[in-house]
Design a protein around this ligand. Structure first.
Ligand code: CA
Length: 365
């Protein structure tokens, strides 16, 4: 579906939703119409280079969709990482009102809000389909909203990457011994797992990956998947490309809104922001799914990248530590435990269903 048609369909869905929620007999429908003509000029800061494939263009899609659905009552100027604030300062900038909105990954804030990592990526945890189910229909988003409220933020899922790639290495990873002392850019809980397996994790914004890898500042890096990794030219700095991305079975990216800015909006505009975030969330997963294979083909055939699967011995070692890291985060605070219990029980329940639905279908087809 072309973007214009998506937006048109969304507009119809929003109107339908609004009308369905009102009762014609008591005239409440009139109150659901746009309340006023006040306009809002917002800034959206992002953790990505401006217009970067899927991530940056996904942020643009969100901004454009909000403006279109609101009939221009909200306009949003999107900033690439470093244009208004550095990529890893998006959280603070939206929290303190420097910008009304931001787009980034929640695990970037692990030093400040460790519990936020549950909403970004859990190694060996839920995939995109499961995360969306938990967030929208399993209480996950309510918990995320509660967690971020203390930071003056309203969060929304805005973009699933799907299962990522394991990363770029200059040497083959054949045994657990090859992980020892390995300096790798890998954020969030995946970084904690790597550390326990003997590696040395680093958090760097995407824009610094290529140079860091090429200069030997890091030995290895993960980023997202073929579509994004090709765009950064990582194949020029490392030869071996590993899968699967055990550390990020999806990255659920976040759209964050400054709480005062959000509360200032009339009900219909709040609803538009919510629905536009849902649309952008799905749009990004579709974008990645559509583009990854072609990009992988280019990496393998044109750039002679060596594709490798992690040995099961190495994956088992990571999984063992992932289990500990997940449990420890779940026992690190009261709020952490609340989120952990919800995530864990939902993941167990949905896995047993996906085993007989998606997984058995993948095997059968
Ligand atoms: Ca990643």
């Amino acid at each position: 579906m072309k973007r214009r048609n998506i937006i048109k369909a969304l507009g119809a869905a929003t109107v339908a939703g609004t009308l369905a929620a009102c009762k014609p007999e008591d005239n409440k429908c009139e109150k659901a119409q746009p309340q006023d003509s006040k306009t809002y000029d917002w800034k959206m800061v992002t953790a990505w280079p401006k217009n970067f494939p899927a991530l940056g263009t996904g942020a643009n899609f969100l901004a454009e969709t909000i403006t279109t659905l609101s009939g221009g009552r909200i306009t949003i100027k999107v900033y690439g990482g470093g244009e208004l604030v550095p990529p890893l300062e998006v959280f603070d900038a939206v929290s303190n009102g420097t910008a009304q909105m931001g787009h980034a990954g929640s695990y970037y804030w692990k030093g400040k809000v460790p519990e936020a990592q549950f909403f970004g990526a859990v190694p060996f945890g839920m995939n995109a389909q499961e995360m969306n189910a938990w967030l929208y229909h399993g209480g996950g988003l309510d918990l995320w909203t509660e967690l971020y409220s203390a930071f003056n933020l309203v969060p929304f899922p805005v973009g699933q990457t799907g299962v990522q790639m394991g990363g770029w290495f200059n040497k083959e990873i054949k045994t657990v011994a090859d992980i020892q002392g390995l300096v790798m850019r890998i954020p969030g809980l995946g970084g904690d797992v790597l550390k326990r397996a003997g590696g040395s994790p680093k958090l760097l914004p995407g824009s610094e990956l290529f140079t860091s890898l090429q200069t030997g500042n890091i030995d290895a890096t993960e980023w997202v998947g073929p579509y994004n990794d090709l765009a950064f030219g990582l194949y020029q700095a490392a030869k071996y490309y590993y899968y699967p991305g055990w550390h990020e079975p999806t990255a659920c990216l976040e759209g964050i809104v400054n709480k005062e800015a959000y509360n200032e909006l009339p009900d219909d505009l709040q609803q538009i922001v919510k629905i536009a975030c849902m649309a952008a969330n799905q749009n990004m997963l579709s974008d990645f799914t559509a583009k990854n294979k072609t990009a992988l083909d280019t990496l393998l055939s044109e750039h002679k990248v060596q594709l490798r699967q992690y040995p099961s011995e190495v994956l088992e070692e990571f999984k063992h530590h992932a289990h500990d890291v997940f449990n420890e985060l779940g026992n690190s605070s009261e709020m952490g435990n609340k989120i952990y219990q919800s995530y864990k029980s939902f993941a167990e329940q949905t896995k047993s269903w996906l085993d007989i639905s998606e997984k058995s279908y993948f095997k059968a087809r």
